[in-house]
Design a protein around this ligand. Structure first.
Ligand code: ADP
Ligand code: MG
Length: 239
């Protein structure tokens, strides 16, 4: 079953130029789908359209086989993690994790259950009363992930979530995210401009350049049979 489907989706911010051109793709339930491409290629725009934060100019977006072009973000049953984590500095870790659940009117007792379970899973139990400024970069990133996990949404969107971390922490967090995704059976759409991240994390990878899909396939296929010289040089294979 498909979790997300895009049918001939295009996007323009102004009337003249298209940022995304006739994107056609299907993402399966439980899949770790990586969207990779250079800066300005349209990755964030695509993710924000799926989240409902950006209007679709042309085409159809389906989630769970329903057209959702005009469905508000809160009704799409998804969570999103941004590059800069966007934690509220004046709130504690606990309040940051639970923030989204207030708006969704989740019952207090249920909030508590999810909080404790998520904190345990993410190794944050001891840190719940701290403020973001009292945390390391990696801990802050785990809070951002926890906030997404606590929503129990089946679809998770991540926009370059590790780009502010140092190399060592990044490779640790890659494994952590992959483990979490498998454990919870999440469908993941993961945006990065980092080839290594794409190759090591993705079940499938979509290479985007200038609003066009260059290639979509398994990492090994992109490496061994790049569709063109752009993919070859971007992925780093010998073609
Ligand atoms: P990426 O995430 O791959 O770096 P973006 O989706 O952010 O790419 O941007 C794709 C293109 O759309 C860029 O040329 C960018 O300047 C343009 N763009 C992004 N957001 C807006 C906006 N809100 N208004 C106008 N143009 C935008
Ligand atoms: Mg971006």
């Amino acid at each position: 079953m498909n979790q997300v489907e895009l049918i001939n989706v295009s996007k323009s911010y102004d009337k003249q130029s298209h940022v995304l051109k006739e994107i056609h793709l299907m993402i399966k339930k439980g899949e770790f789908f990586v969207l990779v491409g250079p800066s300005g290629s349209g990755k964030s725009t695509l993710l924000r359209m799926i989240a409902g934060l950006e209007e679709i100019t042309d085409g159809k977006l389906l989630i769970n086989d329903k057209v959702v072009n005009h469905l508000p973000p809160k009704d799409r049953h998804l969570s999103m993690v941004f590059q800069n984590y966007a934690l509220y500095p004046h709130l504690t870790v606990e309040q940051n994790i639970l923030f989204g659940l207030h708006a969704k009117k989740v019952h207090k007792q249920e909030q508590k259950r999810r909080l404790l379970e998520t904190a345990e899973m993410m190794g944050l139990t001891e840190l719940l009363k701290r403020k973001p400024k009292e945390l390391s970069g990696g801990q802050r990133q785990r809070v951002a992930l926890a906030r997404s996990v606590v929503s129990e949404a089946p679809l998770c969107l991540m926009d370059e979530p590790l780009s502010n971390l140092d190399a060592k922490l990044r490779s640790h967090m890659r494994m952590e995210i992959r483990r979490l995704q498998k454990k919870l059976g999440l469908t993941m759409i993961y945006v990065t401009h980092d080839q290594v991240e794409a190759m090591t994390m993705g079940d499938r990878i979509m290479v985007l350049n200038d609003g066009h899909i260059q290639q979509l396939g398994e990492p090994i296929t992109l490496y061994n049979e790049p569709a063109n010289t752009f993919v070859a040089s971007f992925i780093g294979s010998p073609k």
